[in-house]
Write a protein that binds this ligand. Structure first.
Ligand code: TRP
Length: 449
């Protein structure tokens, strides 16, 4: 069953794909990774990885999706005529489930924080209180669970509407709002005393902090942030109109995603420096450190409300892009209705989210390989499943898919980007597979550096 629906307009295409990319990856992960890895030195490497590795992979995922107009599983089946390649699609669908499971918990935190900002506010609270409030909140188990379930329900209600009437319509409203909030927060942060220190941290590279791990982190982050390696962009590719140029779409999205990550950094770090907070405080930077900043800054509550609203909007436009790939797979392969597919997936993801939320409660027995389920999923998807999935996809497009088909998709049947095609093809056949193989092998501990 082929997908007959396409994006309604150019603007629609841009906001939907950008909506998928701009998410917790930009707002929650990127700042703490940059903080932990030497600020601008990490950012420079991250930009390089995004341009040379992530953007060509995004183009390749689009090729698979648009040329077949199918879900990730069906697309590989159609293009390869070899059964085993469908497994790449299935692997991506499994990855989507796992990411969606822990992602909804983090997005739920944002919902709870918006509530806190409205009810109790952040102003005047001591650092100890803010820290213990967050820990207490996590330790209740049920509070983050309910927030995550609300988030899953909201995502489901959007995806039930389908691509054009659900996802595209809501993204057209939410993405401009998101851009406005980021700009507003950024302008506000320029007025803070720590603005210069924040800028220095983000603009003056400290290359002594760079090692191989920095590169691995940057590659993993660029996949997560640009929604690559699990067939999400294959699925969105199935909705892209024939006339759209895939290289320019991927480039526009890649640059937007990068710009937003950096702008968020610019909006956050001045506050961090103004109030003398360590930029290296890790994954809790956004949820523990920032409320502290809000508690001390003028108009901190308002800033807090807008900030967590931003986190929520960014998260929901991304979570629809985790649900939709699984949904399209179930609709096309198991021939059910959209409503049934959404309900089925949301039920399974809810169970996973409950387990993730409760795994963070102190002393919880919900653990795998030495870490709680939440951390385990956060790490295994980003550090292994996405790079491995991306490697399989890129090897497929570079070595197994019909070259003419790939060329026609990338160049719009010879109309555009003809000169660039050769370059793209070399990159996806040689450069990226080599880098990603080393990456995957080093993670498996086979290559020691
Ligand atoms: N890119 C999103 C973010 O930055 C997360 C995301 C959405 C994602 N869809 C994905 C990550 C598919 C990997 C694969 O928050």
């Amino acid at each position: 069953m082929e997908n007959k629906v396409t994006f309604g307009s150019k603007f629609g295409t841009l906001v939907v794909v950008a909506g998928s990319c701009v998410g917790l990856g930009n707002i929650w992960r990127f700042p703490y990774l940059a903080g932990n890895n030497g600020g601008s030195a990490f950012i420079i490497i991250y930009i390089l990885c995004s341009l040379t590795i992530a953007i060509p992979i995004m183009m390749s995922e689009f090729v698979v999706g648009r040329s077949t107009r199918k879900n990730a599983f069906g697309a590989f089946k159609e293009l390869s005529r070899q059964k085993k390649w469908c497994l790449v699609g299935l692997f991506g669908i499994l990855t989507s489930f796992l990411i969606y499971g822990f992602y909804s918990v983090v997005a739920g935190w944002a919902i709870s924080f918006i509530q806190t900002a409205f009810t109790e506010g952040f102003t005047g609270r001591s650092p100890e209180l803010i820290h213990s409030n967050f820990i207490d909140y996590i330790n209740t188990g049920w509070k983050p669970t309910i927030a995550a379930l609300i988030f899953i329900g909201l995502t489901a209600s959007i995806v039930i509407g389908g691509m054009e009437k659900g996802i595209e319509r809501i993204n057209k409203v939410l993405m401009p709002m998101l851009a406005l909030i980021i700009l507003g927060l950024f302008l506000y942060s320029t007025s803070l005393a720590g603005f210069k220190a924040g800028m220095d941290f983000l603009l003056k590279p400290d290359f002594s902090k760079i090692d191989l791990n920095t590169f691995l982190t940057a590659i993993g982050q660029s996949f997560f942030s640009m929604s690559l390696g699990m067939g999400c962009m294959v699925t969105y590719g199935a909705y892209i109109k024939k006339e759209t140029s895939l290289p320019s779409l991927a480039l526009t999205i890649g640059l937007t995603d990068l710009t937003i990550a950096v702008l968020v950094g610019f909006a956050i770090f001045p506050g961090v420096f103004t109030f003398g907070i360590e930029p290296t405080s890790g994954p809790t930077l956004v949820f523990e450190t920032l409320p502290l900043v809000f508690s001390m800054m003028p108009a901190g509550n308002l800033f807090g409300i807008f900030f967590f609203l931003l986190v929520f909007i960014a998260a929901i436009t991304s979570s629809v892009s985790m649900l939709e790939p699984i949904c399209l797979f179930i609709i096309q392969e198991l021939k059910t209705t959209r409503v049934k597919a959404v309900l089925m997936i949301s039920t399974i993801v809810s169970i996973l989210a409950v387990l993730c939320a409760y795994s963070q409660v102190e002393g919880s027995p919900i653990r795998l390989f030495g870490s709680n389920l939440f951390d385990f999923l956060n790490n295994i998807t980003d550090k292994f499943m996405l790079p491995f999935g991306a490697l399989l996809i890129i090897v497929f497009v570079g070595w197994f898919a019909n070259k003419e088909l790939v060329r026609n998709e990338i160049t719009n049947n010879g109309l555009l980007f003809n000169k660039g095609f050769k370059f793209y093809y070399v990159i996806i056949r040689y450069l990226i597979p080599i880098i990603l193989s080393l990456f995957v092998l080093s993670l498996l501990g086979i290559v020691k550096w």
